[in-house]
Design a binder for this molecule. Structure first.
Ligand SMILES: [Zn+2]
Length: 91
């Protein structure tokens, strides 16, 4: 069996912005797809998330079935907490 190593999203290089701004935080989002009803939605990244992981303990917010959600993609953005705005485009 292949070992499933957690995959972390690449972090955009915004070193210059970080030097100028305080209160900038990295926001990581997991894109989830339900295998039953094919609904796709985002939710904040949780520790242990990785691409293609099946979320056995989470219910689909659309069809309420458990164990059918798969992480399709994980992406990170930089967010200015003060303004509540995303700084970098979606990677
Ligand atoms: Zn569903």
């Amino acid at each position: 069996m292949m070992s499933e190593e957690p995959q972390f999203p690449p972090i955009p290089d915004i070193g210059d912005i970080l030097k100028l701004k305080e209160g900038v935080v990295q926001k990581i989002t997991s894109v989830i797809k339900c295998r039953e009803c094919l609904t796709k939605y985002d939710r904040p990244f949780k520790p242990g998330d990785f691409t293609f992981k099946t979320l056995m303990e989470e219910e689909c917010s659309n069809c309420n079935q458990k164990g059918l959600l798969v992480i399709e993609e994980i992406f990170s953005e930089w967010m200015d907490q003060k303004k509540g705005k995303i700084i970098s485009p979606k990677t």
